[in-house]
Design a protein around this ligand. Structure first.
Ligand code: GUN
Length: 292
């Protein structure tokens, strides 16, 4: 078993991004700028946005966090998005999900200018991704591809089983792994909560991407000997053992799955750190105008 080390890979790529940001500043006199909108007081979302902002600062980007109370209306939020769309000083714009129930996430996603949609959630980016055209790729799948690429894992011809069909991870990941690209060229099975015999499906996988949001859902008996295992799960449980007061668990029972796998990501220290890298790379590309 070999570890796919998100700490090591993210640190290395972050250094490259930092240098590119410095070169961008030298040639344009400004820094790449990411704006993140957060609505409400979801603890996990607050942590994620704070981490995004902190990482922007670390690589020399400008970052702005706009925080609204839960009761902001959809119309007010869309008006703000339009203002930021029109602001030439903003390169990337994200709205942290989930949103309160009275706000339609699809309407919000479509209100963001696709040229600033560094989350890669806008239907234009999704469509262009499927067609293998220049686009913003959602941060977590992008980070996973960068990780596979870093370790030189050739997925060509592999049977990939993606567990979970979310707009943020599972669905785009299934598209990316099927593309005629490296990494990619997989035969893809996309499984979800309504899949029959999920265990048998996962057992066929040469590469498993677990993005279902259930602690230790993938157990050793579900994994083929020698499989590549990518764990996207960030399941938070209250714990007195850690400084933050929370302990993180993956969707994979790492302890028992790791000995069977060829490569595996730990939680924490795996995919989560790569998600930030995907977002930073998209923001840099947005600033440089290299996608649109
Ligand atoms: N919620 C969970 N993951 C993400 C993400 O990558 N982007 C946004 N905007 N919200 C999220």
């Amino acid at each position: 078993m070999q570890l796919l080390d998100g700490k090591l890979v993210s640190a290395k790529i972050k250094e490259d991004i930092k240098q590119e940001a410095a070169a961008f500043l030298a040639s344009t006199g400004r820094r790449p700028h990411l704006v993140a909108i957060l609505v409400g007081n979801d603890g996990a979302s607050e942590t994620y946005v704070a981490s995004k902002m902190r990482n922007c600062e670390l690589v020399g980007f400008e970052s702005t966090n706009i925080h609204y109370e839960t009761h902001i209306t959809e119309a007010e939020l869309i008006a703000k998005i339009k203002e930021l769309n029109a602001d030439a000083g903003v390169d990337g714009l994200i709205v942290q999900l989930p949103l309160p129930a009275h706000i339609d996430p699809d309407r919000i996603t479509e209100a963001i200018d696709y040229r600033k949609d560094v989350d890669g959630f806008h239907p234009v980016n999704l469509g262009r991704m499927q067609r293998n055209l220049p686009c913003f790729i959602p941060a977590t799948p992008y980070g996973i591809l960068l990780m596979l690429d870093h370790y030189g894992i050739d997925t060509t011809g592999m049977h990939a089983v993606v567990v979970g069909r979310s707009n943020i991870v599972g669905s785009p990941m299934s598209i990316l792994l099927a593309r005629n690209e490296k990494p990619g060229n997989c035969t893809v099975t996309l499984t979800h909560s309504r899949t029959k015999n999920i265990k048998e499906e996962v057992q066929r996988a040469d590469i498993v991407v677990a993005a279902i949001g259930k602690k230790h859902f993938i157990t050793a008996d579900m994994v083929k000997e020698g499989a590549v295992v990518i764990d996207v799960g960030i399941n938070r449980e209250v714990s007195s053992e850690t400084k933050s007061g929370y302990k993180l668990y993956g969707d994979v029972d790492f302890e028992h799955v790791a000995p069977k796998s060829s490569w595996i990501t730990p939680v924490p220290g795996g995919v989560g750190l790569m998600t930030i890298i995907g977002l930073l790379k998209n923001t840099l590309e947005a600033a440089k105008g290299s996608v649109y």
